[in-house]
Design a protein around this ligand. Structure first.
Ligand SMILES: [Mn+2]
Length: 324
């Protein structure tokens, strides 16, 4: 029977294991991290789950969230497992470990070890983690673990609406529901607990909407002042870019978020057509997937916005750059 190298590697690991994910963590990163953490803990492994940022509010219903540690940790781990990120730098802090293993579905990532499990066609990293855990010991997957893994599946597929949703996504969803994941409860906890501050912030953000490229490019901006005025946190902008994307005819949606230093901009890109937004993001030093990517740019707002619009237009008009 085919065995997954990472399973063999972790089976024999008795020393200290760290599981970590990217900064500004999303449901897939957090779900993968906690799901794998709970599984390894059940096996009696010496395992720690950690990330740089605070847990976004919408994921506070997940099991074991109070066991997540804060990075950086001043200790050298024997093995560190990076989930849902293209390379260890995405953690946002230095990771001290003798060996790093990557479990991920991002394109264009870095090779961290011979035990890496990277499958770019997977709808989510929790999808890959589910495959690993099923192969390892399906009976150890309980309701808590299934809840974490299902959460990553619905957040990365937009509740089975994005083009990474395929037959396998439903098959894994079915399996996770059979293990106790409750679709209604999880959806309600993730998507239907908006704070009033979030809706106020959304209102301000939507007022910045600009359309370019004959209706194919939509841009939204979250200025730092908005966060203050609404008493909102940056994490509350999660999903805002989808309002730009949802407009009829839009093929490239852009959300610019002003960081604390006022000159750094976190940019989220979403695609809904033939354009590969990852290529636009990588032009600015970022990365991601065909339909969801991001980057950070430092500089003047208008200049950066213009650069993003120009690059987007180039990709819209140049068929040769289009990857279907
Ligand atoms: Mn992911």
């Amino acid at each position: 029977m085919f065995t997954v190298p990472i399973i063999e590697r972790l089976k024999r690991e008795e020393r200290e294991i760290l599981i970590f994910t990217h900064e500004n963590p999303d449901g897939d990163g957090i779900g993968s991290m906690i799901g794998l953490y709970l599984f390894l803990k059940k096996l009696g492994k010496n395992v720690t789950a950690a990330m740089k940022d605070d847990l976004p509010y919408i994921y506070n219903f997940l099991p074991a969230v109070d066991e997540i540690k804060k990075l950086p940790i001043d200790k050298v781990f024997d093995v560190a497992i990076l989930v849902d990120a293209a390379h260890k730098g995405r953690a946002g802090v230095e990771i001290k470990a003798k060996e790093i293993i990557r479990i991920d579905h991002h394109r264009g990532g870095e090779f961290e070890s011979m035990y890496d499990y990277v499958e770019v066609t997977s709808p989510s990293t929790t999808f890959i983690v589910t495959q690993i855990l099923r192969e390892w010991d399906e009976n150890l997957i309980d309701k808590d673990i299934a809840t974490c893994l299902y959460t990553g599946l619905i957040t990365d597929t937009g509740s089975f609406r994005y083009n990474n949703t395929d037959e396998r996504a439903f098959e894994v969803a079915k399996f996770l529901v059979s293990k106790g994941a409750d679709p209604f409860y999880i959806s309600k906890m993730v998507f239907e607990r908006n704070k009033l501050s979030t809706i106020n912030l959304l209102q301000k953000t939507l007022s910045t909407l600009e359309i370019y490229g004959e209706g194919k490019i939509a841009i939204l901006t979250v200025f730092r002042d908005f966060l203050k005025e609404c008493s909102a946190l940056e994490e509350e902008t999660e999903g805002f870019v989808n309002f730009a994307r949802s407009i009829d005819g839009v093929e490239i949606a852009i959300l610019m978020i002003q960081k604390e230093d006022l000159k750094t901009w976190r940019v989220s890109l979403r695609g809904k057509g033939n354009v590969n937004v990852q290529q636009i993001a990588s032009h600015f030093g970022g990365g991601g997937h065909k339909d969801a990517a991001g980057c950070r740019i430092i500089g003047d707002y208008y200049e950066i916005k213009n650069q993003l619009i120009q690059k987007s237009k180039e990709y819209l008009h140049n068929e040769a750059l289009i990857v279907v």
